[in-house]
Design a protein around this ligand. Structure first.
Ligand code: FAD
Length: 281
């Protein structure tokens, strides 16, 4: 089974981690992904580091970089300057996100800024880049924490498509049926753009708990229990990889058009997962 795949990395949190990230990017790029995405720190906190990272990918690999950008809390002029700086650096692929307001801020308050949803950022990037850019967006198979109904998440995805998004990447999925039922409902509502499932191989209990806390996703209890019972870090890692391999196979068999793997700035685990996914079952 060979399916298109892509990876996500985040900019280094300290300058001394940059060399290791570059080595990881080279290893990921050598495996032939469609693109490598680079996250954008909340409220633009990693703007320069994110730009350096996508520029590194563009100039030092054969893989297309895809820059995440957020608009929350920014004026239209500020976000336009950011978008232009990425386009001027030769970046052609974007993930347009609203982003999260700082903790303690009411998400419905004026803090949201002049662009209050990802759809408006899709339009702005398309306006600045024209035919040169491809804009993608986020999708939430288990619901965005601020959405009131599952249908709202689908309507919002449809609005992003109408604004010009060409594909979507989902929040982490741990259970293939969550993705597959969301994709079916989205198609039934008129969503035609590809929806790539986001998969993070989780190799330790501490990491699983942290990820669930950050994303607000439902805890995958079977995986949690298996990791809890693991007798060593090596056993926990093998369990996490096996879970991700099984998930990827079920997603592809169910019609997922590709796999987007959250690499956590380490290449070994995601490359192990892909190697096993591509082996005959
Ligand atoms: P939106 O699509 O604008 O949705 C936000 C909320 O508003 C949803 O509840 C939605 O239902 C609602 N909504 C939107 N439009 C309307 C409307 N017209 N009417 C009514 N309700 C509406 N965050 C970062 O800071 N940096 C990153 O790099 C980053 N990368 C991410 C990558 C992926 C694949 C995903 C899934 C998330 C990522 N995030 C990132 C997190 C993201 O910024 C948050 O989840 C944020 O709260 C929502 O962003 P959004 O683009 O989905 O917003």
């Amino acid at each position: 089974m060979t399916v298109p795949f892509s990876f996500e990395v985040y900019p280094p949190r300290k300058p001394e981690l940059q060399a290791a990230l570059h080595a990881t990017i080279q290893a990921l790029a050598a495996s032939g992904p469609e693109f490598i995405t680079v996250t954008y720190g909340a409220n633009g906190s990693s703007r320069d580091a994110s730009l350096d990272c996508v520029r590194y990918i563009r100039e030092n690999t054969n893989v297309e970089p895809l820059a995440h950008l957020t608009c929350v809390g920014s004026t239209r002029i500020e976000i336009t300057e950011v978008v232009d700086s990425f386009i001027d650096a030769g970046i052609r692929m974007f993930l347009a996100l609203r982003g999260d307001p700082p903790e303690g801020t009411d998400a419905s308050s004026d803090y949201l800024g002049e662009l209050s949803s990802a759809s408006e950022l899709v339009e702005l990037i398309a306006e600045r880049g024209g035919d040169r850019v491809i804009v993608s967006v986020a999708a939430f198979p288990n619901g965005h924490p601020q959405s009131s109904t599952p249908q709202q998440d689908i309507e919002v995805l449809l609005a992003k498509q109408q604004a010009g998004a060409e594909f979507a990447i989902t929040q982490l999925v741990f259970d293939a049926s969550d993705y597959l039922s969301f994709a079916a409902a989205a198609t039934a509502t008129g969503v035609t753009i590809p929806i790539l499932p986001g998969i993070m191989p989780v190799t330790s209990l501490a990491r699983l708990r942290r990820i669930v806390e950050i994303t607000g996703e439902r805890m995958p209890t079977a995986l949690e229990e298996a990791l809890e019972a693991a007798s060593s870090p090596a056993e926990a890692r093998a369990l996490g990889v096996a879970h991700a391999v099984d998930l990827c196979r079920t997603l592809v068999a169910g019609g997922a058009p590709g796999l987007h793997l959250y690499a956590f700035n380490e290449h070994e685990t995601v490359l192990d997962v892909l190697a096993q996914v591509n082996q005959p079952a």
